[in-house]
Design a protein around this ligand. Structure first.
Ligand code: 9MR
Length: 380
């Protein structure tokens, strides 16, 4: 071996060493080579919320990294059941077929919610709030809606957001929901879970398919006032001692878990709050599901911020800390789903400020893996 070839070998070794030591931020132009779904296979499934048109633009990422899907909008009442007897299954079917084709499961989102209802409000039209007539009519409408969705998707949906955001930030039941208004109380929550459970048992019971799980889903679940109210609601549904009665003659329902939406920020909530919420949910005999994870980089700003490499690294550290909590609680967590795939597709580009860019996800506007992605897979 000549001096020159030795020198060349030394140079190559130095170069390889430098590449090996380079911080993950220098890796650009790739979706990453470690599939999230593989890295987390012994912990929990890793999901993404999407729509058919968004999926088309990032399908390579979803194919490679995610083994769970949620319809970001397409199973909501306003989209899928926009009028009495009118169903619009096209988009939900497309995502369900994609999931079936890959053999992955979905989260059903969301059966009963006060938002994204049909524009013409058809379910409530002509009814008088807080009357037996309204309750009776809405129970029938609700049951038909739930039966139809469960029958169509029970084979691919393993857990359902049966009721979404029914508790206010102050801890009481949300009274500005038309469901609450027309039922005249929180009784509608019971019926939503009742009909979903019955439909799951009827459709999935004899087929060998395991029953879909029943979840209550909300934001700010780490807030202890809200968390306590959610747990009280769960105890009421299953009729723990000293809880208010159920509708006359109805039997208790033990729901399976609580979805923490996890629309979080760079500095909120801290990991202690997250751990406390997971512990409280587990202590109540329930699973925690991280259902809508994103970390806004723009929170508090009125316009588009400059997402510098320093900010990207701060966000990566934040994701690392959060996923470390998730991993160490994997026995208490059923799944982790991101609310979107790449930054350009996030709902946060239009909320709370319309048209402002945000950077909350693991993949950037060019669909390349961000430092946050490398932080999430950086563990042994
Ligand atoms: O991401 C969804 C966005 O496209 C819709 O415009 C919005 C309408 O309210 O709903 C967004 O998803 C929400 C989810 O269904 C429930 N939790 C809060 C999510 C973000 O608003």
């Amino acid at each position: 071996m000549t001096i020159r070839s030795l020198f060349r070998l030394g140079l190559i070794a130095l170069l390889l060493f430098a590449v090996g030591c380079a911080p993950p931020t220098t890796q650009v132009g790739t979706i990453g080579s470690t599939p999230l779904q593989d890295k987390y296979s012994t912990y929990f499934t890793i999901g993404a919320a999407t729509t058919p048109s968004k999926l088309a633009a990032v399908q390579n990422i979803v194919d490679f990294h995610f083994d769970r899907l949620t319809c970001e909008n397409d199973m909501k009442w306003g989209v899928i059941h926009p009028d009495a007897g009118t169903w619009n299954f096209t988009a939900a079917d497309a995502l369900a077929d994609y999931a079936r084709g890959r053999g992955i499961t979905m989260t059903g989102h969301a059966l009963i919610w006060h938002n994204q209802l049909p524009a013409n409000n058809w379910m409530f039209t002509g009814l008088t709030p807080d009357t037996d007539g309204a309750r009776s009519a809405l129970k029938t409408i609700m049951q038909t809606h739930i039966d139809t969705l469960v029958e169509r998707y029970y084979d691919v949906i393993d857990n359902w957001d049966v009721v979404n955001e029914a508790i206010s930030d102050g801890g009481g039941y949300r009274t500005d929901s038309p469901w609450y208004e027309y039922f005249g109380s929180e009784e509608y929550i019971y019926w939503a879970f009742r009909y979903t459970k019955d439909a799951l048992e009827a459709h999935a019971g004899g087929t060998g398919t395991s029953l879909g799980k029943l979840y209550y889903n909300d934001y700010s679940v780490v807030n202890s006032t809200k968390l306590n109210a959610i747990i009280d609601m769960v105890k009421w549904l299953r009729q723990d001692p000293s809880t208010p009665p159920l509708p006359a003659g109805q039997s208790p329902i033990a729901i399976d878990g609580v979805g923490l939406q996890a629309h979080w920020q760079m500095d909120w909530p801290n990991t202690t709050l997250i751990q406390n919420a997971i512990n409280a949910i587990d202590g109540a005999g329930l699973k925690a599901k991280i259902s809508e994870l994103d970390i806004s980089a723009s929170y508090g700003s009125s316009g588009t911020i400059n997402f510098t490499s320093e900010l990207a690294q701060i966000q990566a550290n934040r994701y690392a800390a959060i996923f470390s909590v998730f991993r160490s609680n994997n026995d208490k967590i059923s799944s982790v789903t991101f609310w979107g795939v790449s930054d350009d597709q996030s709902w946060l580009n239009n909320f709370p400020v319309s048209g402002r860019d945000d950077y909350p996800l693991l993949f950037d506007r060019s669909h390349n893996a961000k430092p946050a992605y490398y932080a999430v897979i950086d563990f042994n």
